[in-house]
Every structure is written in C-alpha cells, then in structure tokens.
Design a protein around this ligand. Structure first.
Ligand code: SAM
Ligand code: SF4
Length: 366
C-alpha cells in the first residue's frame, strides 16, 4: 500500500437515516463487542464476521425490467460520470484483495450492458482472487462468453424465473427465454461452471413451476437456486403475500424427490441440497424467512462507488468521492475497514418498524 499521505482526504462516514437493526436475535451473531477496530488483519466486524466476498455493481442500467426489481417505465439511472470508471473499480478491488477479500462477483443492473466488460474482468483477474464470478440475465451473454472466459471469468449465475416463454416475458417484461437457455449451454460448454440459475419465486406468478425447475436441475446437473422475493423492488410493492418461503419450496421438492443437505460450513447464502437419487443441486436463499446474517461475509460496491455493508442498510460510504478527491490507498483501506466494522448484526426485515432501504436492488447490486 502507498504510504499514508497526511494531506489526503480522510473518510467521513455518515449514517444516511436511522434504520432499525437486528438486535442479535435469531440467526444474528452473539458476541461481546470489542471496542476498537483492528488496524490490520482481515476485514472484520464487531461480531467477528470476517468479510472476504466483494460484490461490485458495474452499472445500474439494465436491458430488462423484471417485475420484482424495476418498474416497466420511469426507472431513473445515474448519470454516466457518477459511475465508477474501470480504473476506480480495480483500485478498490486491489485494496480489498490486500485486506483479505478472496471472492469477487460482478453484478448490476445488468453487468453485460456496461461496455468493454471483458477488459474489466481481465484487470480484476490479474489481482488473483480465488473466485471471480458474474451474475447476469444472460440476454447478451452467449456472444461474450469466449472473451469473458479468456479474460479470466470463472463462472456465471444466470437469472431465469420461468421455463415457459410467455411467463418469462410477463415476469422479465423484456428479453426472451430461448436466448437465456442457449446462453446457459454456451457458458457451460466454455467451462463457466458450476452454472447456477437464480430463480425468484412469486406467489401466483411462477410458484407452479417449482417442480419444473427442480426437474431442470436434475436433467441438466445445474444448480437451481430459489431466491425469496425481498423488499428491494424499486416500485416499493413488496409484501409478504407475494413471497414463497424457502421452507415451502423445500417441502414441495423433497416430497417428490428426496433431498439431502450438502454440509458446506461456508458463508454462502444458499442452503444447499443434492438429490438423493441423482445429479443436480438445489439452493434456497431464504433471506426473509430464515436470514443468514450471522454468517454474512459480504460487502458491496455500488455502481456509483458507495461501499455498503448490507443489502438492507442505508449506511453508505462514497469511495468514489474519496478517490476523486485524491485519497491514497490507506484511506480507501480505512474506509473499507470502517464500513465492515460498522455492520449491524442483522437486517431486521421481520422486526416491526423495519424501513425498506432507499435504494433498490438494481441500484445496490444484487
Ligand atoms: N441483472 C442481473 C440479473 O438479473 O441476474 C444481475 C443483477 S440482479 C439485481 C441480481 C439478482 O437479484 C437476480 O438474480 C435477480 O433475480 C435478483 N433480484 C432482483 N430483485 C430482487 C428482489 N426484489 N428480491 C429478490 N431477488 C431479486
Ligand atoms: Fe435487470 Fe436483473 Fe433487475 Fe431484472 S433483476 S431488472 S435483469 S437488474
């Protein structure tokens, strides 16, 4: 790291608005609170959670308009000069790597609408992360697979909420299923594996396809991850009645094809299960009904350069402003350390008085 520059800007951390937090109940960690933030070692919070997974949103724009994420019309986006440049993203990633971050995921908005993404992947790959992955709606993926793979991308998560073309259109509003299914084949053939599908199940819209998705996992050997609908839609229309709990999905699938838990001891958000009688894997991301805050190891960099320690927190620290004001790497490192240190024990969605975050999923980076 560069030597400390006395004149460089110091990070100023502002809590954007008061936000009800998990009290440490349920899945939240219990720990006596150390008083001093460590100045060296890994990125750790007050609850001994080590953070080694960074999600970078490369854009807040998207070529689709999924019902659970964005309105059909009227979504506003950041001006282009508000977005981090590749150089700035790589700089934050490098400092994070030096602080022990080992896994990097590119997301958005739709990451593939950002021009020259393989160039960014190549620069990030050179930093030596153990894992370098991409979450995408796959509309633009197939023709880019070769260049992304050559640039050092290791794997992709592809979002796909229906296996019925008309249904796909009504949930994602733009794009088409055929392109997404073909992109899965191309990505898999190029070795961007294990290939994971992200499926958001909405009550009354695609909950009748849960077994079809399980059959898809069995037929293809791919990992199908069911994600609970979270209160992160830009329209603010989320409510509990649209959510299908991970437990309900588990019971439905296991009654048809017995499942056994894959014991991972990891911080991965998905509870993982294999089929007792064959290939394929199911993941349940039950962020609302069974929060996994107690093992959370994730940190997010928004497209406009704010570091966030939780999807559901409005506490943001603008690394962009620090960098553009001439901050050196030590200041960036301190900002990352402080962001992690300030993390609350849990997201508190299920507590009375929970406030929906002011920025939605595509603005934060899912
Ligand atoms: N555009 C890319 C995509 O759709 O894969 C990457 C960004 S998207 C925000 C990342 C993931 O978040 C997707 O799997 C998407 O289905 C999921 N997602 C978006 N809004 C959500 C919400 N309100 N609740 C749960 N998952 C959501
Ligand atoms: Fe776009 Fe992904 Fe949000 Fe759908 S979920 S609107 S593809 S950012």
């Amino acid at each position: 790291m560069t030597p400390l520059n006395e004149n460089a800007p110091k990070p100023v951390f502002v809590s954007v608005r008061p936000h009800l937090r998990g009290s440490g109940s349920g899945d939240s960690p219990q720990s006596s609170e150390p008083l001093v933030m460590p100045e060296s070692g890994p990125l750790v919070d007050r609850y001994d959670r080590i953070h080694n997974d960074l999600r970078i949103s490369v854009t807040d724009r998207c070529n689709l308009r999924c019902v659970y994420c964005m309105p059909e019309v009227g979504m506003t986006f950041q001006p282009r000069d508000a977005l981090l440049t590749f150089e700035e993203m790589v700089r934050v990633a490098r400092v994070a790597r030096e602080l022990g971050v080992t896994a990097l995921r590119l997301t958005g908005g739709e990451p593939l609408v950002r021009k020259n993404l393989p160039t960014l992947v190549q620069q990030l790959s050179a930093l030596g992360f153990d894992d370098l992955a991409l979450t995408t709606n796959a509309m633009l993926l197939a023709p880019m697979v070769r260049s992304l793979k050559n640039a050092g991308l290791k794997r992709v998560n592809i979002s796909c909420d229906s296996l019925i073309p008309e249904r796909f259109n009504s949930i994602r509003r733009r794009g088409n299923l055929k392109t997404v299914l073909e992109a899965m084949d191309v990505a898999e053939a190029a070795g961007l594996t294990p290939l994971k599908l992200n499926v958001v199940i909405l009550r009354g819209q695609n909950d009748d396809e849960i077994l079809d998705f399980a059959a898809f996992a069995r037929d293809t050997g791919r990992v199908v991850r069911f994600i609970e609908f979270m209160p992160l839609d830009a329209q603010g229309q989320w409510d509990h009645s649209q959510l299908v709990a991970g437990r309900e999905i588990f019971e439905l699938i296991s009654a048809r094809w017995p499942l056994e838990a894959i014991d991972t001891h990891s911080s991965a958000p998905a509870e993982r299960f294999r089929f007792v009688d064959g290939q394929g894997e199911i993941g349940l991301i039950s962020s609302v009904t069974q929060p996994f805050c107690g093992t959370c190891n994730r940190l997010r960099l928004t497209a406009d350069g704010a570091i966030r320690n939780c999807l559901f927190s409005d506490d943001e620290h603008s690394l962009r402003d620090l960098m553009r004001a001439g901050a050196d790497d030590d200041v960036i490192a301190l900002a990352l350390r402080s962001a992690v240190w300030d993390k609350y024990p849990g997201h508190a969605i299920n507590e009375p008085g929970f406030l929906k975050p002011s920025r939605s999923m595509s603005m934060i980076g899912g």
